[in-house]
Design a protein around this ligand. Structure first.
Ligand code: SAH
Ligand code: SF4
Length: 353
């Protein structure tokens, strides 16, 4: 039984036309699904009883079930969601004083396999559908209904630009149906160059965050398997193209790994690399991952020295707080225990213990 969530207005219209219903019913149906967050057709009181019955027989509204949740001291709540095929993903609710954000997953697992990432450790199972991405947002709003969610970041499990068509569709639905401003949506990518061009062509214009994590291809390749396929120079030109197409500046994410990429010399070279790129750098403290003993978190002094060097050289720098550390685990390093089996990885992906 297919869920209707994730269907765009024209797809709902086509479905209803098949039932002989007038076009305005699709607007009503979309409003119930996305704005009023109905979970059953019974709630859709302005639809005729016969239509509700017919929809109930052939379809479901949603497809996933919330399972566990853990809130950490800073108020971030990590949720585990069970999908229709019994696979499990995670998403995070992140309340801030001035806004509320959610961190959404785009895949079950991730085929990239970065050396420092809990998601990559478990291998890849499948892409999420657009509906499963929108549904994470709606569940987060249902489960934390006291404040309106204004922002969403695609920084949960998976690499959004390896599932770019579904991510674009989800972003379009979040924008047009759920009415989240495109400016408040951010897609984070490890640097899948063709995906950046495809996203630019969609002209949404959502924010783009690029996980750079290194000032050169040698350091980067040791951390990120796809770095061998798409060198930094190609990523930076794709970012320039993205900026010129969408008018949005790009954020460069940089996870600080003690002794690996966090020295003042790395900072100096990063500043040289990004000189004139009009993007800011977001420094992320490494969150230790069970099973990955090869990395450790940079000290506060090292982070300050790194940050100071970037700023001295004129770069705009922000620093990610350790949101959700502890009880909930951080956004951007979700493990999502599933079946426990390792599966397909991208060619060249490093195997880790
Ligand atoms: N695949 C995308 C988006 C999901 S990961 C990407 O890589 O950008 C979201 C962010 O979390 C990325 O910047 C990623 O590098 C970061 N991240 C992954 N593992 C982490 C860890 N153990 N500690 C801190 N940040 C981590
Ligand atoms: Fe995938 Fe991003 Fe994790 Fe790399 S950091 S393995 S791309 S989720």
């Amino acid at each position: 039984m297919g869920a209707l969530i994730g269907k765009a207005q024209d797809e709902l219209a086509a479905l209803l036309a098949g039932y002989g219903e007038p076009a305005f019913r699709s607007r009503q149906l979309a409003e119930w699904i996305y704005r009023k967050r109905a979970r059953s057709f019974d709630e859709m009181t302005n639809l005729p009883q016969a239509l509700r019955q017919r929809l109930t027989e052939g379809h479901a509204v949603r497809s996933m079930t919330p399972e566990a949740e853990r809130t950490s001291g800073d108020g971030a709540t990590k949720h585990t969601m069970r999908l229709g095929d019994d696979r499990v993903i995670e998403c995070v609710h992140l309340p801030y004083p001035e806004r509320v954000s959610v961190c959404l997953s785009s895949q079950v697992g991730c085929p990239v396999g970065c050396a420092f990432c809990a998601t990559g450790l478990g291998g890849f199972e499948r892409n999420l559908t657009a509906g499963e991405m929108v549904e994470q947002f709606l569940w987060m709003q249902d489960l934390h209904s006291n404040r309106r969610i204004s922002h969403a970041v695609f920084m949960g499990m998976g690499e959004p630009l390896l599932n770019v068509a579904n991510v674009i569709k989800a972003a379009n639905i979040l924008r047009s149906e759920v009415q989240v401003s495109a400016r408040n949506l951010t897609i984070s990518t490890v640097g899948i160059v063709p995906g950046i061009y495809e996203l630019a062509a969609a002209r949404l214009p959502v924010g783009l965050a690029i996980s750079l994590h290194a000032p050169d291809d040698a350091v980067r390749s040791a951390l990120i398997p796809t770095a061998r396929r798409w060198p930094i120079s190609e990523i930076l030109s794709a970012a320039r193209h993205y900026r010129s197409e969408t008018g949005r500046d790009v954020t460069y994410e940089y996870i600080l790994l003690s002794g690996v990429n966090d020295t003042v010399d790395h900072a100096r070279r990063l500043a040289d690399l990004l000189h004139g790129e009009r993007g800011s750098v977001n420094l992320i403290p490494y969150n230790p991952v069970a099973g990955l003993s090869s990395f450790s978190t940079s000290s506060a002094e090292q982070v300050a020295a790194f940050r100071g060097e970037l700023q001295r050289r004129g770069l705009a720098v922000t620093q990610r707080m350790r949101r959700g550390r502890g009880a909930a685990g951080a956004c951007g390093q979700l493990a999502g225990r599933t079946t426990g089996r390792r599966s397909t990885r991208m060619p060249g992906a490093a195997r880790r213990a």
